[in-house]
Design a protein around this ligand. Structure first.
Ligand code: ATP
Ligand code: MG
Length: 571
């Protein structure tokens, strides 16, 4: 972070990193005529995830910080895996994160004709040839990392023959796999990407935008640099695995002698306890391990949104993790910290009981109800107060009572007095149990009318304050409690021959279907967020009905990140 002072003297924090340093320098030297134009180039083959959020915040953030532009470009060069549904979800997610591509939404497929012409140009220059090696042979000829590859026997075809064959590839005369168009670079290059890479392959597939117009499709490395060039991108920011592809990016644009952006690589985001790839998420969805792309356990943007994450908390997370050149794994606890920090300031507090235990106040008048004042948010007095009904029969949390309390358990137990939040002191006089199951079904307690509001006039101290809900006024609700998707922090920590699916957490979702909430929760609309006192932050799910709200637990109240940070500092 760096501090910046604006004209009014206000100091704000803005992220800074090595990429912004490069941009700043380029602006100083006038490298692109003072322009900054980045792009976010997703392949529409799945829903976006929090890793993409890092890239979105970086690309759109740089455009914002330097008065530049950021394009949204669908990298739709692989017709077999791409769908319109994904295009729509990507647009929704980028917008939801708070970014705007204005009128600059493009598709790589819009440039297929230009790409084709450029490929013809390379053939004319003697820099590309049609190769009849099979995919397997092509791989063999490419050679090992440790030694040179072997030149294809088709490498010396004449320009005329190549032009003719390439035209016939395009016309659909050959079956898939029969041949490819390859760049003629260097089969002995130490960089395997430079060993005559494939530029075009034959695919008899229908494209979601170009239909059946094309029988050949460009490969990523060719399509990407050409698209960047056409859009006059200045800084083409991508993840580290493309570092070895940069010489090829530069080679194509140098050969074609066209506008040439600068590729810059940064480390991708990895998060603990989850995988981070559309391909793997698709396996989770198709395998029925989650309920869909927007399952609140998924680190997809749509999953985080449904879970209750705010766009601001995700942007804040992306600022905090920063941008580096070395891969690392970010602790999930940091993401949780960011939403906690955000919601602490703005989520109204309410009382809800997840696992109810009935309490009868035997000395409270049977037909009496009163309303008690409760604070909506102690962090923000401006959020005011509300009235919560109280009556003779209540629910408390089952785990707030122990018949044989161990040491350190200060909550309710036979003969013990505790405070009910905003209400009264109560003392447990008897626990009733079901004879068959042995389970405790009901508590009989007395209340002290002199402690109304939760304070004792005689200064009597109690060691615990419990949340509660009046039974007669309770809203029935469902709560969905989420845990990590994986049992291990490292998704690669699996037995030999197995993959991440072998360490899926079987308890990643627990459904509590008989929760009781205070009356105001009847008005909860999907997307509304609350702090359930003592339990965590919750968000109303679209599955909610008028009779029965459903709440996703966003995060618990315990801050594990503070602990992690402390431990890291202590190292
Ligand atoms: P996935 O493996 O999930 O499909 P991808 O890299 O193939 O990811 P793209 O749609 O090609 O997905 O990515 C669009 C942009 O987002 C690219 O610029 C890519 O570098 C970036 N990106 C993808 N994953 C991450 C990540 N984990 N962290 C940061 N940026 C990412
Ligand atoms: Mg990809």
């Amino acid at each position: 972070m760096e501090k910046e002072q604006d004209m009014t003297g206000q100091v704000s924090e803005r992220p800074t990193d090595f990429i912004r340093e490069i941009v700043r320098e380029d602006l100083k030297t006038g490298k692109y005529g003072g322009r900054v134009n980045t792009r976010f180039p997703p392949e529409p083959n799945g829903y976006l995830h929090i890793g993409h959020a890092k890239s979105i915040c970086l690309n759109f953030g740089i455009a914002r910080d330097f008065n530049g532009l950021c394009n949204l470009r669908f990298d739709d060069t692989n017709p077999t895996k791409e769908e319109v549904e994904y295009v729509e979800s990507i647009k929704e997610d980028v917008r939801w994160l708070g970014f705007d591509w204005q009128e600059r939404m493009y598709y790589a497929s819009d440039y297929f004709s230009v790409m084709y012409d450029y490929a013809v140009q390379l053939i004319r220059m003697g820099k590309a040839y049609v190769c009849d090696l099979s995919p397997d042979e092509t791989r063999q000829y490419r050679g090992p990392l440790t030694g040179p590859g072997k030149e294809s026997p088709y490498r010396s075809r004449s320009v005329e023959e190549n032009l003719d064959l390439f035209e016939r590839m395009r016309a659909g005369e050959f079956p898939e796999g029969a041949c490819t168009l390859r760049a003629k670079i260097d089969m002995a290059s130490g960089n395997i990407n430079m060993r005559d890479p494939v530029i075009y392959r034959i695919l008899h597939a229908e494209h979601h935008r170009t239909g059946n117009k094309w029988r050949i499709y460009p490969m990523y490395d060719f399509a990407h640099c050409v698209s960047d060039s056409i859009e006059k991108i200045t800084h083409s920011i991508c993840t580290l695995e493309f570092e070895d592809h940069r010489p090829l990016y530069d080679w194509f644009l140098d050969q074609l002698n066209v506008y040439h952006p600068q590729q810059i690589e940064f480390a991708r985001l990895n998060l603990s306890y989850t995988v981070m790839s559309k391909r793997k998420f698709l396996q989770l969805v198709d395998g029925g391990h989650v309920r869909g792309w927007d399952d609140p356990r998924m680190p997809t943007i749509s999953g985080l949104r449904r879970r209750g994450y705010t766009p601001g908390s995700i942007r804040n997370f992306c600022d905090r993790i920063g941008v580096a050149k070395r891969d690392s794994v970010v602790d999930m606890a940091l993401l949780e910290y960011c939403i906690r920090e955000d919601l602490n300031k703005r989520a109204p507090r309410v009382m809800a009981v997840l696992r109810p235990l009935k309490v009868v106040l035997i000395n409270y008048p049977e037909d009496q109800t009163e309303e008690l004042d409760a604070v909506n948010n102690p962090e923000d007095p401006g959020m005011g107060t509300r009235r919560v009904p109280f009556s003779r029969v209540l629910y408390i949390e089952r785990e707030d009572f122990r018949e044989d309390p161990p040491k350190q358990f200060y909550r309710l137990a036979p003969g013990r007095e505790v405070r009910l939040r905003y209400a009264y002191y109560i003392t447990c006089v008897k626990a009733l149990r079901d004879e068959k199951s042995g389970e405790i079904t009901e508590l009989h307690c007395t209340y002290d009318p002199a402690t109304r509001g939760g304070d004792s006039p005689d200064g009597r101290k109690v060691k615990a304050t419990l949340h509660w809900v009046s039974a007669a006024h309770a809203v029935e609700a469902e709560a969905r409690m989420y845990n990590y998707l994986l049992l291990k922090a490292d998704p690669d920590d699996v037995e030999e021959g197995k993959d991440f699916k072998s360490i899926i957490n079987p308890d990643s979702l627990e459904i509590l279907s008989s929760c009781k909430g205070e009356p105001c929760l009847a008005d909860a609309k999907p997307g509304d967020r609350y702090q359930f006192e003592r339990l965590g932050y919750f968000c109303a799910d679209p599955d909610s009905s008028a009779e029965r709200p459903v709440f996703n637990r966003i995060v618990t109240l315990k801050d594990t990140w503070a602990k992690v940070e402390k431990a890291q500092k202590g190292k």
